[in-house]
Design a protein around this ligand. Sequence first.
Ligand code: GDP
Ligand code: GDP
Length: 438
Amino acid sequence: MSKPIIAVVGRPNVGKSTLFNKIIGQRLSIVEDTPGVTRDRIYAEFEWRSKSCMLVDTGGIEPFSNDVILSQMRRQAQLAIDSADVIIFVTDIRSGVTATDADVANMLLKSGKPIVLCVNKCDNVGSPPADIYEFYNLGLGDPIPVSSVHGHGTGDLLDAVFEHLKDYQDEDYADEYIKVAVIGKPNVGKSSLINRIAGEERVIVSNIPGTTRDAVDTVIENEYGKFVFIDTAGIRRQSKVEENIEKYSVLRSYMAVDRADVCIIVIDATEGFTEQDSKVAGYAHDQGKASIVAVNKWDAIEKTDKTMNEFEKKLKEDFSFMSYAPFLFISAKTGQRVDKLFELIKHVYEQNAMRISTGKLNEVLAYATARVQPPSDKGKRLKIYYITQAGVKPPMFVCFVNRAELFHFSYQRYLENQIRETFGLTGTPMKMVVRERG
Ligand code: GDP
Ligand code: GDP
């Protein structure tokens, strides 16, 4: 399910990150119980009136340097225009409307995106200050007075944001389409891969009605099924300057992951695994998405008959946190094994959506507990009464036990492995929830 994206844009020091933290800080607690390796301070999930969405602080992407404020702001505004569903434009009551505000407002206005105008630092409760009327000149509609420090007005602000999201559709493609995100660092060959796929297959480029996103996705139908390769607003139209800033590319990857069913994590064979790879892959894992690791530029590697095995062995260590992910060694340049991707995407997608009957699960449980006895502590032994599957995408299993504290991580791991050995679940993370039952 894809969540709407709300981007915060504005000059330095108007209070964007204060606003971001206020909104997230007050409402993040609900989702915080899934500890992720990838939680980023500029991109986070929050809930408002029981709706989940993602908030992006575009100002947190790169530190502003004084001489290029306007060009940086335009870049950040462009990111918001490309990828957000609603934009919060933050201004400052103390400085009034500046020339830069007017310039950026113009740019936002031209984009046709829904925009909510926030006038920050209105710290006095009560009627809004007279100065606020000046902000109507920006042409962005009613200015909403907010004090990010105190939190006043943030509720009205979010209501205004959600007014624009009334018609937001969770799913922009029918279920029969498998949505694929091609993610990875700049220059690993993501756009080459998409172009290769698009060049070889019948492509229907579609602008989907009903979505506010300005995405041009690549829709492909072939003997394996129907696929949508999500355009991360820039995979193909990318400006190199922007992509060179690591945070932009990480952010774009996150957004693509949110919309996707399957993630293709592209890494560069000539460079090997890097820290940034683990960041985007970790996000895909945390979000419960099926994943494939595509090792690209395989043509550029000098090989012997052992090279692939050695590579795979090393990568298995690097990707040990997602040991379920299959590897595919490809070349976007020559097309080598690119055709294999579809079969694999289809396969991991099905695994991610797999439903296993309670009967079959408990056969595995009986076998597993007979083979390795559940742990005990101070004479008390763990009893697992039964397991049942409570959800898909990713498969989620609930174990009913006598005492949760006896269900050590290592035994959970063992059980997970037994389930994987029996049912496969290739390419997908799985979740295990423990419930006590008297
Ligand atoms: P950013 O550069 O737009 O992200 O701005 P920051 O969030 O870093 O805020 C810049 C400064 O403005 C900090 O000193 C904040 O404490 C201050 N500030 C932010 N919001 C408010 C507010 O609502 N009222 C007041 N009085 N100060 C604020
Ligand atoms: P992106 O930033 O991840 O979208 O990467 P690009 O698709 O723009 O590719 C970056 C560079 O790597 C370009 O110079 C490509 O020609 C090159 N490249 C991409 N795929 C391959 C490949 O399979 N083999 C080789 N040798 N070069 C590739």
